[in-house]
Design a protein around this ligand. Structure first.
Ligand SMILES: [Zn+2]
Ligand SMILES: [Zn+2]
Length: 628
């Protein structure tokens, strides 16, 4: 069904509207052009106009050459403007039209923004201002929807036209005059507005549904790729592992964002994903900061007000994510705080609580009078006043010392050399260090404990998985009901909330069980390996390694009267206690018969077994780096 409307301007031209339920065509043409138009437009109705309504109007003559036109062009990157010509092409069309019809353009205005929201376009506002001040009094625009897609600004234009502030609005196919019937323009702006509303609603609805089904919207972050066909997010085979390694490095606490970027770019050759003209570059600390604060990496998807656990493969666990957030907060000084000294930022003064700072000094003897000097910078000799040559200072005895910054209040603490501070810390490490035999036997028995537990967990895992999948199916059928409008919005919302709650509950259960699996067990092995030969490794380690060890071993490091005090982390205390119980002269069996073997161990070495069991459960229930 089509409504056809022909408006005849007293023989001077025809205003012809064909309206279908989904489509409105609006055109203005002079009597001479009438014959040409059908070729340009595929609408066959234009050939033999049979109007349903016929309106005759007075055609107001206007001298177009006297109008000061403002040429307006707009195109935004949003979906609603996809069909529009580019800004340059719109301007070209205007200039072409101006030549043919002899129009004068006074000013040019362009906006690369959406016209859906009010007051979103700087140059549109300038256009209105110039109209009101009289600088221009006409508008040339490629299509009316370039001017407005919202009723406020559309109404503003119509009002300016009706009050004759605007003498004429011209488009390639239409012209709107103050005495015209405004229906045409109202329809144009109304259509533009509705189109934009529909689109944004559809996009919103689409996103909400996607999020609800565990999908994600927008561009996949580094380490992931958008699968356009399946509309899912998948690990980027090239970057997933390197990005995961960046998390690992940061979790050690020994690397700044800057250092990680350097390692990634220079050692691994990491480059960001290339997309059109952007990407394909080295990782920058600010981008890395974005990665480290994006919950997407542990599985959460967010889009405006919607959020959910996604179905994509998480890169890290939520615990790891939270641990990184903790590490990120104190470095409010930017991304590049370099770690020049292992103990700074970690040790505090035991007397006044202020931070400990480090400085380098050099000891040397004056080449002339042999006076012993100590300084940071070369100075003339205090005794013979001879200037000390640079080589003497360079080859002098350099050392680092730590001292209280005394920034909080008066403090009587004296400095301590790095050597002495390190020696004290190494004493702590010596105590914690384990030998290979202890490691082998402990891990051997822990494996048996783990085997026993894993068998026990298997059937739970199956049950949780089934429950989790069931919630998915429930959610899907609920959505179908809603889409078929068999459910009202309120009931749907309430039911959806319950199901999502249940689903997330099972997901959490599943995650905690899965984490109790082999991955978590490897953590125990890692910790034991870490403690083997730890003193030696610390001594010859780099600053980053030292910092890493310090962070892992203890917290609350205090320096008072040149004595270092620290709290050893709970899991290390447990291993230490196990070590102090003495290694049982019992080789771990190589075949598994866990129940019997465990009860055997329990009987013969109850203390050792109890301590081992504690360690096992501690690791299974906590991530070590979460321990304060
Ligand atoms: Zn102090
Ligand atoms: Zn001297």
């Amino acid at each position: 069904m089509a409504i056809k409307l022909l408006i005849d301007f007293s023989g001077k031209g025809h205003y012809y509207i064909v309206a279908y339920p989904f489509f409105v065509h609006l055109s203005f043409c002079s009597a001479q052009k009438w014959a040409v138009l059908p070729k340009k437009h595929s609408g066959a109705e234009l050939d033999k106009p049979e109007p349903s309504v016929f309106v005759s109007l007075n055609f107001m003559q206007i001298n177009l050459s006297q109008v000061r036109f403002g040429l307006y062009a707009r195109k935004s990157s949003v979906q609603e403007d996809r069909q529009a010509l580019s800004i340059d092409s719109q301007l070209d069309e205007g200039i072409k039209g101006a030549k043919i019809e002899g129009l004068n353009f006074t000013k040019k205005y362009t906006d690369s923004a959406s016209a859906h929201t009010i007051n979103n376009r700087a140059n549109f506002n300038k256009l209105i201002g110039d109209l009101q001040s009289g600088t221009i009094n006409g508008i040339w625009v490629w299509k009316a929807d370039r001017l407005a897609r919202n009723p406020i600004e559309g109404g503003q234009i119509i009002h300016l036209l009706q009050t004759r502030v605007i003498k004429v609005i011209k488009t390639p196919f239409a012209q709107y005059l103050p005495d015209d019937n405004m229906i045409g323009l109202f329809i144009e702006f109304g259509m533009a507005n509705q189109y934009s509303l529909d689109l944004s609603k559809n996009v919103k609805r689409g996103n909400a549904k996607k999020i609800q089904m565990g999908g994600s919207c927008g561009q996949a972050p580094q380490g992931y790729l958008n699968n356009r066909e399946k509309k899912t997010v998948e690990p980027d085979p090239e970057r997933f592992d390197p990005v995961r390694k960046m998390w690992d490095l940061y979790l050690t606490g020994g690397y700044s964002l800057n250092e990680i970027c350097k390692i990634a770019s220079d050692k691994w050759g990491f480059r960001t994903r290339r997309k059109r003209n952007i990407g394909g570059v080295k990782m920058r600390p600010s981008s890395l900061h974005c990665i480290f604060t994006n919950p997407f990496y542990y599985g959460k998807v967010r889009c405006k007000e919607h959020e959910n656990m996604g179905i994509h493969q998480p890169m890290i666990s939520k615990r790891e994510f939270l641990a990184v957030q903790k590490l990120l907060i104190p470095s409010g000084k930017g991304y590049s705080t370099p770690y020049c000294f292992p103990f700074t930022n970690l040790v505090k003064c035991g007397e006044c609580g202020a931070a400990i700072t480090a400085e380098k000094k050099v000891k040397y003897a004056c080449p002339k009078c042999r006076k012993q000097c100590s300084a940071k910078n070369p100075l003339p000799c205090p005794r013979c006043k001879k200037t000390i040559p640079e080589e003497v200072i360079q080859s002098g005895n350099w050392y680092t010392y730590y001292r209280c910054t005394k920034k909080k209040r008066r403090c009587s603490q004296k400095y301590i050399t790095e050597r002495k501070l390190e020696d004290q810390f190494i004493q702590v490490l010596d105590e914690l260090e384990i030998d290979p035999r202890f490691e082998e036997i402990s891990i051997g028995w822990l494996k048996i404990l783990h085997k026993d537990n894993a068998a026990h967990n298997e059937h739970l895992l199956n049950k949780f998985q089934q429950n989790y999948k069931k919630q998915y199916r429930r959610l899907e059928s609920l959505l179908d009901l809603r889409l078929d409008e068999e459910l009202d919005a309120e009931t749907f919302k309430a039911k959806e909330k319950t199901i999502i709650g249940e689903r997330d509950y099972w997901k959490e259960q599943l995650n905690s069980l899965e984490k109790n699996g082999d991955e978590r067990f490897q953590e125990i092995e890692k910790e034991f390996t870490f403690l083997e030969g730890i003193s030696r490794e610390f001594e010859k380690g780099t600053i980053n390694h030292k910092k890493h060890v310090l962070l892992k071993i203890g917290s609350n490091l205090l320096l008072k009267d040149r004595k270092l005090a620290l709290e050893v982390k709970p899991y290390l205390k447990m291993i230490l206690r196990l070590k102090n119980t003495g290694v049982p002269p019992l080789e771990p069996p190589s075949t598994f018969n866990t129940r019997r073997q465990i009860s055997g161990l329990k009987q013969k070495h109850p203390e050792w077994w109890a301590q081992l069991d504690k360690i096992y459960h501690y690791f299974m229930e906590n991530a070590p780096f979460m321990i304060e």
